[in-house]
Design a protein around this ligand. Structure first.
Ligand code: ATP
Length: 227
């Protein structure tokens, strides 16, 4: 089969409150394993599936930019912060499609926990018309590829029927519609853990980049004195 020359564009959305090495390794390993041309980290403006973030959008954006500094593989896209209203992935992907056209392969990256909840997202089935979905393992969450479909909810299992790809090469064969589980180095890091550590005055060093920790300390985010 002749593959299109365009390497897929990957998108990792998140609250990034704050961004940490779990996000960054997911992005870095997805870039390599999935053969992506670019990878955009997209901080949510108003995340619709959870409470208000602890840090303002501008700080979460600034921390994401600091985190990828010096890494030409990763870029930060402020598309969800520029647009007012809830940051629905389906809207973000629609806007990106307006920017890149209908043919270029797009890959929405999700950790296993996010994929597990996909069927609760706004217009979630439309996402498959706009992008492929690649799912990374995450410690503590079951639904990784090798155990699909039995660990998925019935509606998600049904949506997966006929979509699960066997290799990253297949991402190039069409602009959207596939689901690909992939392995990353398991890292049991979460933003919740980091916020809790900082809030209680504990060190969060080596869970996230030093420049991000310095920013947190300078802006006195997350209410603690330690970094
Ligand atoms: P919180 O603890 O505040 O819920 P989080 O650490 O889960 O935050 P998010 O910004 O909600 O971070 O996550 C953005 C995306 O990154 C999601 O798809 C999530 O599954 C994924 N992700 C975050 N941390 C990890 C990790 N350690 N391993 C794999 N995927 C991760």
């Amino acid at each position: 089969m002749k593959l299109p020359t365009e390497a897929p564009i990957g998108l990792l959305g998140g609250t990034f409150d704050p961004i940490h090495f779990g996000h960054l390794r997911l992005a870095e390993e997805a870039h390599e394993t999935l053969g992506l041309g670019q990878l955009r980290l997209v901080p949510a403006g108003e995340p619709p599936h959870r409470g208000t973030p602890r840090s303002p959008a501008e700080d979460r954006l600034a921390m994401a930019r600091l985190a990828v500094e010096g890494n030409s593989r990763l870029a930060v896209d402020d598309i969800e912060i520029r647009h007012e209203g809830p940051s629905y992935s389906v809207l973000t992907l629609t806007r990106l499609r307006e920017e890149i056209g209908t043919h270029h392969p797009l890959v929405l990256l999700l950790g296993a926990d996010a994929f597990e909840g996909l069927a609760t997202w706004h217009r979630w089935t439309d996402i498959f018309d706009l992008a492929h979905v690649a799912v990374a393992n995450r410690p503590g969450y079951a639904p990784h590829g090798r155990r699909w479909p039995e660990v998925l909810s019935p509606e998600l299992a049904k949506a997966c029927e006929g979509r699960v790809l066997k290799s990253a090469d297949q991402l190039r064969a069409s602009p959207a519609g596939g689901i690909l589980p992939f392995d990353m180095t398991p890292l049991a890091i979460s933003a919740t853990l980091i916020r809790d550590l900082l809030h209680h005055g504990h060190s969060a060093r080596y869970l996230l980049p030093d420049p991000v920790l310095d920013y947190i300390a300078a802006r006195q985010l997350y209410g603690g004195s330690a970094s």
